[in-house]
Ligand binder design. Structure first.
Ligand code: CS2
Ligand code: MN
Length: 347
């Protein structure tokens, strides 16, 4: 298995030079944060990214993320242009990274994006981490608009209620029909470019603020993969997202979807109440999902792809840093632990 590390670009508090110091040296999981969803990732910008990776003797890992636009999810007329632009982005990625082998491009079907109610919940041992409290979220005063911790996008009250109404009018079957429409256009192109499109689950894996949540467990994954059955229609299997719902049999899902896992996010959460959880240490055996059991399952079923430790806890020198769930130390330590354990299992 190959480990990877999320890098949010030049403004990331963790510079590429730090990734170069890591053993095992991670693949770089990144995207072009300055390009809005639905616009083409220009070749020049991708070449600049490649130059940064080459200068640090790093290689591109899964791309995360080429976001889908509201128009694509809601089936608005401008979706066709956005789909064409994503196709151009896929082509440009292959042009700039012809030697990268099979590429993975991650996206998600969340109406908003991953959501938490806190980015720095203090824990008794002095660490801090992301946390989600459904009751707290549902009590939000939306008359002031919506802006969740960790987000770059703010919604005015009018924008957010219009979004809620649009998804309510669309309905889940309408949403699935729009997903099919997009995948039927993207999958053939991705396949021809040796690219897998990897859908990241809903995080949290349930509806909140009246918005639909489709990819929350095995049923959603089955439906997504059945829309366009093809290797290029795949999953970014996130154990933290699926694992946040104790009803999900994460180890069983790893087996059921083994052929559709393009890559893995391996992180743990701990449920503390109804639809209430916080990020747990990757080594915590008391988390919702035992990540060592995840590694044993992956090794046993011959998974030899890429993983990343996803979120981490603020600890040691980073206790007071503003890491928004992406610290350097804990993500690195988790990568190292998971990678070494997988190596030990393989012998
Ligand atoms: C985020 C998510 O890294 C990203 O691009 O959008 O992947 C997030 O880090 C978690 O994976 C959500 O589970
Ligand atoms: Mn994830």
């Amino acid at each position: 298995m190959k480990c990877s590390f999320r890098w949010y670009g030049p403004d990331d508090r963790v510079p590429l030079a730090w990734l170069r110091q890591m053993t095992p040296r991670p693949l770089v999981v990144t995207h072009l944060p300055h390009i809005p969803p639905g616009e083409v990732w220009p070749i020049a910008d991708l070449r600049a990214l490649r130059a940064q990776l080459d200068a640090n003797e790093l290689q591109l890992g899964p791309v995360e993320s080429v976001f889908w636009t509201d128009a694509m999810k809601l089936g608005r007329p401008e979706r066709d242009q956005h789909i064409a632009n994503i196709i151009a982005t896929l082509r440009n990625l292959r042009t700039v990274f012809p030697d990268a082998g099979e590429l993975v491009v991650t996206y998600n079907l969340m109406p908003l994006d991953w959501g938490r109610t806190s980015l720095a919940l203090p824990h008794a041992n002095g660490t801090r981490g992301l946390a989600y409290d459904h009751a707290e979220l549902e009590k939000l005063d939306l008359s002031q608009g919506l802006f969740l911790p960790g987000w770059g996008r703010r919604y005015s009250a009018a924008e957010f209620s219009a979004l809620q109404e649009a998804y309510a009018a669309l309905g889940e079957d309408g949403f699935w029909a729009n997903i099919r429409y997009v995948l039927e256009k993207l999958i053939p192109v991705a396949a021809a470019l040796d690219i897998r499109l990897a859908a990241h689950p809903n995080d949290p894996p349930w509806s909140y603020l009246g918005l639909p949540a489709l990819l929350c467990g095995a049923a959603g994954a089955r439906r997504l993969l059945s829309l366009v059955p093809h290797r290029a229609n795949a999953l970014c299997f996130c154990t933290g997202s699926f694992g946040a719902d104790p009803a999900n049999d994460v180890l069983g899902m790893l087996g059921e979807f083994r052929d559709s896992i393009a890559w893995m996010h391996i992180r743990a959460v701990k449920t503390t109440g109804h639809k209430c959880f916080h990020e747990a240490d990757h080594a915590d055996p008391g988390a919702n999902v035992d990540l060592l059991a995840v590694m044993r399952t992956l090794v046993a079923q011959g998974y030899d792809g890429v993983f990343r430790s996803d979120h981490g806890l603020d600890l040691l020198h980073e206790t007071e840093a503003r890491t928004h769930g992406y610290p350097a130390i804990d993500r690195y330590v988790a990568n190292k632990m998971l990678w070494a354990y997988a190596r030990a299992l393989k012998g």
